[in-house]
Write a protein that binds this ligand. Structure first.
Ligand code: MCA
Ligand code: AMP
Length: 521
């Protein structure tokens, strides 16, 4: 029985004409559906030839390429657990993930092989392969010796498909365990909810997705890739987001997904106009709040209303503005800016107060969710997992919001101390931990401040120890040497004291207020 393997479900949706184009890169490379089938088979056969124990993790830190997507699909096909890692992570970050997840296989770029393999072998990893974004590396060399025929390994819906690390407000990152069932249910729901089609479109074969997001997080890896594959839709594949290139290719596409920063950057391009988007059917935004200004400006410039949706690494997609009139909500087909729409079919969402009581319509509280898409728990952290679920099985998202009388969900804030910068999550506690260890630092506070491009960015406010002299540039330089670049505070201030409440707790809200106009024009 293989029908619960997510790969089998994706494979079953490949179109009858396997010679049609499945992926076309912006550089002009073309992969047919047959190419994808064969390449994933060869790589899955390679993985299986390693005789890995059941549930083995395959940790991957490589630049975006079609082959990197093939590796993800091959992991599913071979029954391995995929563990994607942001390419910006540096050695201390990678050391933690590999030490915590204990992957049997690590795949990295050739350029990083030296330091990554050292970390991996020290952690007991048996196999380290390389994969570069120019179709070279030992992984492809080894896969080339394997058969292009492969029967997907039998998986139950509850078996792990992927582990996605999300940072914690306290302590270290947690690995969110997502199952084949979680991911498949979400993919099928979105296919239906967003009206994916396999007819019409620019070449008569239905929807065409422009894929311009990184593939180490939920948005680019699951929402975008599963969305296209489970509908048998072609992808126009961009290794890196370039607003001019995306706009130029919209004439051949119908669907685009992006974090708000991508929309902000496209709006800055004069080439974005109604003619450029005439083939497009749907623009989807998520991963961070979409400003109402961006929503409205997009509407004016293109005539399209961005569909905003909300999700998490732990849950994949939870809510979405409607694509079309949903019979459950008569006449509620409007995509409302500033809201994240309705709970997706199958998702139960409730807003609870501090005492656990249900909040009335329109009142603010903590968002809790339940559904087939909600993860299995945090990797090897049963206590943390138990803490994040209510006794009746709802997951506490850490997001704060409300539901209006029509059922639209609005996120108004977060109870977790988290900054979302250009769609990437930055946990102040992690950055503060690094700053506090620097010589001469007494204390620090990292806060999120509005930013015209990234939506929000980190700013560090630091107190020196008595007699010590601290230079903000030196603090930033020190952080740059240790942490992924998107986590580096965009500004750093050394100040005499931090505002505190009567309990002595740092009042980050006052700091946020003080620095709120730092990046405004
Ligand atoms: C790059 N930089 C950033 C960010 N990205 N700073 C803050 N926040 C960022 N997101 C900085 C780098 O540190 C560097 O600074 C400089 O910008 C240039 O770096 P580069 O890599 O060239 O930047 P870019 O190519 O312009 O990248 C911007 C980007 C990228 C395209 C917006 O951040 C991006 O692809 N974001 C999407 C993230 C995403 O997919 N999130 C989905 C998560 P310096 O020069 O000083 O070193 S999934 C999720 O959240 C949930 C589940 C959901 O709902 O989807
Ligand atoms: P991640 O840990 O990367 O999965 O990020 C998940 C978090 O991103 C959620 O808990 C929200 O705080 C945030 N998020 C995702 N989509 C949206 C959205 N459309 N609006 C506001 N916040 C969002």
């Amino acid at each position: 029985m293989t029908h619960n393997n997510l790969f089998s479900a994706l494979r079953a949706a490949f179109p009858a004409d396997m010679s049609a184009t499945a992926v076309e890169t912006d550089e002009g490379l073309r992969y047919s559906w047959q190419d994808l089938d064969r390449a994933t088979a060869m790589m899955a056969n390679l993985l299986q030839s390693l005789d890995l124990p059941g549930g083995s993790r395959v940790a991957v830190q490589v630049e975006k390429s079609v082959e990197a997507m093939v590796l993800y699909l091959a992991c599913l096909r071979a029954g391995c657990v995929f563990l994607p890692l942001n390419t910006a992570y540096q050695s201390a970050e990678i050391e933690y993930f590999i030490g915590n997840a204990e992957p049997a296989v690590v795949v990295c770029s050739g350029a990083n092989f030296g330091w990554v393999s050292k970390i991996a072998f020290k952690a007991g990893t048996q196999h380290v392969f390389t994969l570069n974004d120019d179709r070279t590396g030992s992984l492809l060399e080894r896969a080339a010796h394997h058969s292009d025929q492969h029967t997907p390994v039998s998986r139950q819906a509850d078996d792990l498909a992927a582990i996605l690390y999300t940072s914690g407000t306290t302590g270290r990152s947690k690995g969110a365990m997502l199952t084949h069932g979680n991911l498949l249910s979400n993919a099928l729901t979105l296919k239906d909810y967003w009206g994916w089609t396999s007819t019409g479109g620019p070449d008569g074969r239905g929807d065409v997705l422009i894929h311009a997001l990184p593939i180490f997080h939920v948005h680019g890896l699951f929402v975008a890739i599963h969305g296209a594959l489970i509908n048998g839709s072609k992808m126009i594949w961009m290794a890196k987001f370039d607003p001019k290139r995306v706009i130029a290719r919209m004439k051949e596409a119908t669907v685009f997904m992006g974090v708000p920063t991508l929309y902000v950057r496209m709006l800055a391009e004069p080439s974005l106009d109604k003619a450029a988007v005439r083939q497009m059917r749907l623009f989807i935004a998520g991963s961070a709040p979409l400003l109402i200004e961006t929503f409205s400006e997009w509407q004016q410039r293109t005539g399209h209303t961005i569909l905003e949706r909300y999700g998490m690494s732990e849950t994949a997609m939870l809510t979405s503005n409607p694509y079309a009139a949903d019979p459950r909500y008569a006449n509620q087909s409007e995509r409302r800016g500033g809201t994240v729409g309705f709970p997706l079919p199958g998702v139960s969402l409730r807003v609870r107060g501090d005492d656990g009581q249900d909040m009335p319509v329109g009142e603010i509280g903590g968002i809790q969710v339940q559904g087939p898409n909600v993860f299995k728990g945090y990797w090897r952290m049963p206590e943390k997992t138990a803490e994040e679920f209510t006794t009746d099985g709802f997951f506490k998202t850490g997001d704060v919001g409300k539901v209006d009388e029509r059922g639209y969900v609005t996120i108004v804030g977060r109870s977790k101390d988290l900054i979302i910068s250009g769609g990437y999550n930055v946990y102040p506690a992690e950055i503060e931990g690094y700053i506090n260890e620097m010589p001469g630092v007494a204390e620090s506070a990292v806060i999120g401040v509005s930013h015209p491009d990234f939506g929000e960015v980190g700013v560090a406010v630091v107190i020196a120890k008595p007699g010590a002299s601290l230079k903000p540039e030196a603090i930033v330089a020190d952080l740059k040497a240790k942490l992924a670049n998107f986590k580096i505070p965009k500004r750093c201030f050394v100040v005499p004291e931090l505002p505190r409440n009567t309990m002595g707790k740092v009042q980050k809200n006052l700091l946020r207020d003080q620095y709120k106009n730092l990046f405004s024009a």
